[in-house]
Design a protein around this ligand. Structure first.
Ligand code: ADP
Ligand code: MG
Length: 754
């Protein structure tokens, strides 16, 4: 299939180059990557502007109108360097007005009476309309009002006068929806629209990727109609219908790619390249002994279930690719260690990669502790492992003397070679790039160093709970497991939303009460200092996405420290901790807090990660409405880690703000998965959570969360298609295969094992 020529429906007008006069417009189109008619037609509007009627214009407001020219003329302007002002009387079915074009005297010739125009600009309160962008149906090279380049009209000769409704009154009444394209230097949205009109005839050549059966059962229009509906909508419904059709196709292609990858991995006649894995199916010995007697606690039901599932995965002839989601403290490490021990007891090797040295060190210590008396040869490899030690470790990894290794990115350096890496675990997988994750998976064959030709079974772990919709969109090619149940003895943190001065006073009273009882607390602020930009917390983009503009009125850690030291917390020992401090200063502050020397840590979101002080029982979060749900949930996980009952106080200043719904969710729920679902539900249009971190980027057309159902439909349809025709070779799937290849490249057809 790969390498097959792209099949257009017939010799196509889509391949024709766009004919543009040289200049800003041509350059701009080039920078948009639009060279052919086909590329132009695939350039979708970002949103639409409902054209106002002339009668409905309000002074001072940006608006788009669709009008006809009644009269036009130039007027000299009494200011040096200004060219004559062009004034046109324009009208629609509701009224007429004076449109003003600045600095473009040639428009007098171009916009003769009777021309249909789409104008974008601002109405004044004297019946005038200042035009900033304009286009007519028969004029390709139009300009913004800065208009230095007035040279000639575009090469695309055509007439779209045909789509002017004959009856002007009807036209005004329907309210025209105008496609709006993101502008770039040199090209305005209206210019693109004009070009689009001229290319309209080529829509008939647009290939249809969806099989007829799929289109019919999903109730979707064909591709050409969908594109036409988006570029030339008659109304909002047109736009949405076209968008849904294109979004479905986009989601379907993505799910097909995921499923094909998965199918490739589990294919029966798998070769090593295709994912034939170490079959770990001997009777458990070490791992069983360890589960029976080596654990200092009883496994939760979730942990037992996932361990069972993984045991099954490891027995398969193709490599496991499993995502394990579980909040901080849910006990993922034990599960990972089980998988690793299965490798070890088969005489193979296992690796665990963590994103930071601290985490790697902690993991190594934990694993050693968990393994206890079992004789497992393990080592830690990070960037600060001394050269001699490193050399020794690499030697033992290559010889197979070491069975288990824990480390950072240091594990994927090119000279690290395993003898038989059978299980690879990646903790906090979202903090690694795709390539890094794959690199660990390629530990054996790609580097040719080891003797094993097999890719390892891979377990990707994340502490971020991901709702199903997002998981499908991001990790549709992975099997998924979750640890929802927290180990017993973990307590629910009493969470309260606090607003108003009286409540604030009571909050400090509660904090002091705890301090008097010997406990400790956190005060979290969104800023480092008042003059400064947002703190460099990990999730700032998320926080920013929610709040009103700017950071005015936000509390800053440095100022709060001073204020509290002299005010509500006078007499207690306060420490500052924020991302702007030097590493040594941070370490000192954390050490002082951990040892109990400091009573209160006044901090930014840096405390989100890595701080574990069981004696801390109160957290006070300032401007809590500025933070995202998941971030607040993570933050509050810093308290309640010991035997004492813990409280989290979310200080919000606007009980009616959109942030209030998020705070309520935190007050009501402690399950991270439930919170993630609520969070997704509260997101505004197109505000897809987490794509920033995942590096996956937004979709081109689809829009989550509101296209969640469409995604489910696409997934189901993809499953049906792959079940009957995994190679997409049936005649009705050929064009779908072409589309997949165009979108993801020939690799889409190769079974990818990592
Ligand atoms: P995660 O990596 O998911 O954040 P860990 O694996 O580090 O969580 O486990 C958190 C803590 O809980 C560790 O101290 C671990 O020993 C402990 N733990 C794990 N599973 C259980 C369990 N079933 N019962 C009691 N404690 C557990
Ligand atoms: Mg962990």
């Amino acid at each position: 299939m790969s390498g097959a020529p792209v099949r257009w429906s017939r010799p196509s007008r889509l391949d024709d180059p766009l004919e543009l006069p040289a200049g800003k417009l041509a350059d701009g189109m080039e920078s948009l990557g639009l060279r052919t008619v086909g590329e132009l037609l695939e350039h979708l509007p970002r949103d639409s502007r409902e054209a106002r009627t002339v009668a409905a214009l309000r002074a001072g407001e940006q608006a788009t109108v669709a009008v006809w020219v009644r009269a036009i003329g130039a007027k000299s302007v009494r200011r040096a360097g200004m060219r004559p002002l062009v004034e046109a009387t324009v009208f629609d079915g509701t009224g007429s007005m004076r449109a003003m074009f600045f600095n473009q005297p040639w428009l007098v010739q171009r916009y003769q009476p009777g021309t249909r125009l789409v104008l974008h600009g601002k109405a004044d309160d004297r019946g005038g309309f200042c035009v900033s962008h304009h286009a007519s149906g028969s004029d390709a090279a139009l300009n913004g009002s800065s208009g230095e380049d007035g040279s000639g009209s575009g090469g695309a000769e055509h007439s779209s006068v045909t789509d002017i409704p004959g009856d002007t009154v009807g036209f005004a009444e329907t309210g025209v929806v105008v496609a709006h394209y993101p502008a770039v230097v040199g090209v305005t949205s209206t210019q693109i629209l004009t070009l689009m009109r001229s290319a309209r005839g080529a829509l008939g050549d647009v290939p249809e990727a969806l099989p007829a059966a799929t289109r019919v059962s999903e109730g979707l229009p064909d591709r050409a109609s969908a594109l036409a509906a988006m570029h030339f909508p008659r109304n909002r419904e047109d736009l949405e219908m076209g968008r849904v059709r294109l979004a479905f196709e986009e989601l379907l292609l993505m799910q097909l790619a995921f499923l094909r990858r998965r199918a490739g991995r589990s294919s029966r006649q798998a070769t090593p390249r295709m994912g034939a894995a170490h079959v770990l199916d001997e009777r458990p010995s070490l791992s069983e002994r360890w589960l029976q007697s080596g654990l200092p606690f009883v496994l939760t039901g979730d942990q037992r279930r996932v361990i069972e599932t993984i045991r099954g995965d490891l027995e398969q002839p193709h490599a496991m690719q499993r995502l394990l989601m579980g909040e901080v403290g849910s006990g993922k490490t034990v599960v990972a260690l089980y998988a690793m021990l299965r490798a070890v007891e088969h005489g193979c090797q296992a690796a665990l990669m963590a994103p930071t040295e601290t985490l790697a060190e902690q993991h190594f210590a934990t694993l050693q502790q968990l393994i206890g008396v079992e004789p497992v040869a393990g080592a830690l490899l990070t960037g600060s492992t001394p050269a001699r030690r490193r050399k020794d470790i690499l030697g033992k990894l290559a010889s197979g003397e070491l069975s288990l290794i824990v480390g950072t990115h240091a594990l994927i350096e090119p000279d690290v070679k395993f003898r038989t890496l059978a299980v690879a675990v990646i903790d906090e997988q979202h903090r690694f790039g795709v390539r890094q994750r794959v690199a660990l998976g390629e530990g054996n064959p790609a580097r040719g160093g080891g003797i094993s030709p097999h890719p390892p079974h891979m377990l990707h772990m994340t502490a971020t709970p991901i709702p199903r919709t997002l998981a499908l969109a991001r990790y549709g090619d992975l099997e998924m497991s979750a640890l929802r149940e927290l180990p017993s003895g973990r307590q629910v943190i009493d969470t309260r939303a606090v607003a108003g001065e009286v409540a604030r006073a009571r909050a400090y009273e509660l904090l002091r009460e705890q301090l008097r009882a010997g406990r400790q607390g956190y005060v979290v602020c969104p800023l480092i200092d008042e003059a400064q930009a947002p703190t460099a917390g990990e999730d700032q983009s998320e926080a920013r996405a929610h709040g009103p503009e700017g950071w005015v009125g936000q509390r800053a850690a440095t100022a709060e420290l001073k204020r509290l030291t002299e005010g509500e917390l006078e007499g207690y020992e306060l420490m500052l901790l924020h991302g702007g401090m030097r590493t040594r200063e941070k370490q000192e502050a954390m050490a002082a807090f951990a040892s109990g020397k400091a009573d209160v840590l006044v901090a930014t979101t840096v405390i989100e990660v890595g701080i574990d002080v069981p004696n801390a029982t109160v957290m006070l979060v300032e401007n809590a409405e500025r933070f995202g749900i998941s971030q607040l949930h993570q933050l509050r996980g810093r308290v309640g880690r010991g035997e004492h009952r813990a409280t989290c106080l979310l200080m919000g200043s606007h009980p009616t703000s959109p942030g209030a719904a998020r705070l309520r969710a935190l007050v009501e729920h402690s399950d991270g998965f439930r919170l993630a679902e609520i969070d997704l539900g509260l997101r505004k249009e197109g505000e897809l959570v987490g794509t920033r971190q995942s590096g996956l980027g937004q979709f081109e057309v689809a829009c989550l969360p509101q296209d969640a159902l469409l995604l489910e439909r696409a997934r189901a349809r993809a499953e049906t298609i792959v079940a009957v025709d995994p190679a997409l070779q049936a005649p009705e799937h050929e064009l779908l295969g072409d589309a997949l290849e165009r979108k993801f490249g020939a690799e889409a057809f190769e079974p990818i094992w990592a």
